[in-house]
Design a protein around this ligand. Structure first.
Ligand SMILES: Cc1cc2nc3c(=O)[nH]c(=O)nc-3n(C[C@H](O)[C@H](O)[C@H](O)COP(=O)(O)OP(=O)(O)OC[C@H]3O[C@@H](n4cnc5c(N)ncnc54)[C@H](O)[C@@H]3O)c2cc1C
Length: 498
């Protein structure tokens, strides 16, 4: 199995540059350090690595030519959407060519009769819903990054979002894919008619994090907008009461469309930002709960939820009176990440899954672990599915901050696994969590997964050094990443005064 770093083999850079320019034109091939620095990281800003080239294809044929060129010179290539991955998926760990999809951003067809849309990979998630809205349809997977993240990136990461609880993640909404494999061949996987006979290759490709090849066209399912929606906000003085409400609602057989939890530090960040909604700043937690469906019966469902909220000592309950109020509550939740800038110089967003019943215990443990490392924690997460997003608040100027943050993140993930959880609910493994894969998978499991990768990507050119542990039993990152990020931080500190 070929997992060796590809870039170490070297390649004639000027010759490759000339070929890329002949495919795309000079304007669409970036190669100077000043241009490339923009693409050295994604949402995982703790690690960086410059690519050798960044290119901007406009169609499948150009993607094929670039991928064939990469194959000819044995150069790694990394697809990139909006670069919002929080697991380092779009970081070109081994250099090579980054294919950026902002020029493949067209919605090719919306077929209301068959409830589907055919889109290019660079289409922004929210734009699908905006385009289908006039006929009352929408695209259900709604990551908090939906204003910028792309459908290509969502497919690669199998993105979720607040409404995953009822509607499922990206894989439940993808019907067919056009893909370019690392040998430059184009394949159509799945059918717009629904379930295909044979192996579920669409299912395998969704969530493969760019390691199987490149998605160049996606057929997604559209849903009819539910006629009735109720959105509630419950304010608590105790995290335990809030978590008991989460379990209580599910135990009563109600499946809300969304059940989100926001903790005290996050409330303070939101309330200090432009998304303030008047949540009491001394509250320990709030739950944002949404139910949707037919108008008949929705009031009764809401009453059942309100009962559980009251039983668990909520100090205040708000029900959005109209769409404007509802949107304001969601804006606060979805922009919480940006709001952390109000209370911390830097933050690191984690992603782990635990059984819902362990919520009170794990939230306490996360807080204790943070304190032990001298770091503040915040939490904003999809409580209904037990998908945690512990946020580590830190200051990169503090000596040893990066190492401290990574050590704490490792301990938190380990605890998630120990209580019966998983490494990722939606952000993927990427570069961030590859060394933790051995915590949940045996050697045999990892080997089987790598064999599947080998079928699609035999020379390991597509997004190499991702997902699988590189140095077993040790938390070290590839040498090139460590060197590169240390140099970069020094350079940044000189350029930008943090
Ligand atoms: C503020 C914020 C909030 C977020 N909230 C959520 C959330 O609620 N739910 C959630 O799931 N995620 C969330 N994320 C993470 C991130 O937005 C998702 O993982 C998203 O799917 C990434 O899309 P992107 O277009 O930015 O892809 P990128 O970050 O550019 O790439 C992500 C991965 O996809 C691969 N890729 C990109 N395009 C293609 C393609 N055409 N073919 C094959 N592979 C490709 C890349 O190689 C990489 O491995 C959040 C991120 C931020 C910054």
């Amino acid at each position: 199995m070929n997992n060796a770093p590809v870039a170490e083999r070297g390649f004639p850079k000027e010759e490759v540059y000339r070929h890329l320019v002949s495919i795309l034109g000079k304007e669409w091939v970036l190669h100077t350090p000043e241009e490339l620095i923009v693409y050295e990281c994604d949402g995982l800003t703790l690690h960086t690595r410059l690519p050798d080239f960044v290119v901007f294809p406009t169609c499948t044929e150009e993607v094929v030519k670039i991928v064939k060129l990469a194959g000819q010179y044995k150069i790694p290539f990394v697809p990139r959407g909006a670069g919002t991955s929080l697991s380092g998926g779009a970081i070109p760990v081994e250099g090579g060519v980054v294919l950026e999809f902002s020029r493949m951003n067209r919605i090719l067809n919306i077929d209301y009769e068959n409830r589907l849309a055919i889109v290019q990979p660079g289409v922004v998630n929210l734009h699908v819903t905006q385009a289908a809205k006039k006929k009352n349809f929408y695209y259900a997977p709604d990551p908090s990054s939906q204003m910028v993240s792309t459908i290509g990136g969502n497919v690669a990461e199998n993105a979720g979002g607040p409404h995953t609880l009822k509607y499922g993640v990206t894989t439940n909404h993808v019907m067919a894919l056009e893909v370019v494999l690392p040998d430059g061949e184009v394949y159509e996987l799945g059918t717009a008619a629904g379930d295909a006979v044979g192996y579920d290759l669409v299912g395998s490709f969704v969530g493969s994090e760019g390691t199987f090849g490149i998605v160049t066209q996606i057929t997604v399912r559209l849903l009819y907008s539910p006629p009735a929606v109720k959105t509630m906000l419950a304010v608590y003085d105790s995290v335990v009461d809030a978590t008991k409400t989460v379990s209580g609602i599910i135990a009563r057989g109600v499946v809300p469309a969304a059940l989100e939890m926001i903790d005290r530090n996050t409330i303070q960040a939101i309330e200090a930002s432009v998304y303030a909604t008047g949540i009491p700043k001394d509250a320990e937690a709030v739950l944002l709960i949404e139910i949707d469906g037919l108008a008949t019966g929705i009031e009764q469902q809401m009453e059942r939820i309100l009962e559980v909220i009251k039983t668990n000592n909520a100090r205040e309950i708000r029900v959005a009176k109209n769409e404007t109020e509802r949107k304001k509550l969601w804006a606060a939740r979805k922009n919480a990440f940006g709001a952390y800038g109000r209370i911390s110089a830097n933050y690191y967003t984690m992603d782990g899954v635990i059984p819902r019943s362990k919520l009170p215990q794990i939230l306490q443990e996360i807080d204790d672990l943070g304190r032990r490392h001298g770091l503040r924690m915040a939490n904003v997460f999809h409580a209904g599915d037990g998908n945690l997003h512990p946020i580590i608040l830190y200051d990169i100027h503090q000596p040893g901050a990066k190492e401290n943050v990574l050590a704490l993140a490792g301990e938190i993930l380990q605890r998630c696994v120990e209580v019966g959880g998983a490494l990722s609910g939606e952000h993927g493994i990427g570069l961030e969590k590859q060394e933790f894969m051995s915590l949940i998978f045996s050697e045999a499991d990892l080997h089987a997964m790598q064999q599947l990768k080998q079928v699609f990507n035999p020379e390991n050119l597509a997004n190499p050094s991702k997902i699988f542990p590189i140095r077993r039993g040790c938390r070290e990152l590839p040498k090139n990443i460590l060197e590169s990020s240390d140099q970069k931080y020094k350079a940044y500190q000189e350029i930008v005064r943090f």
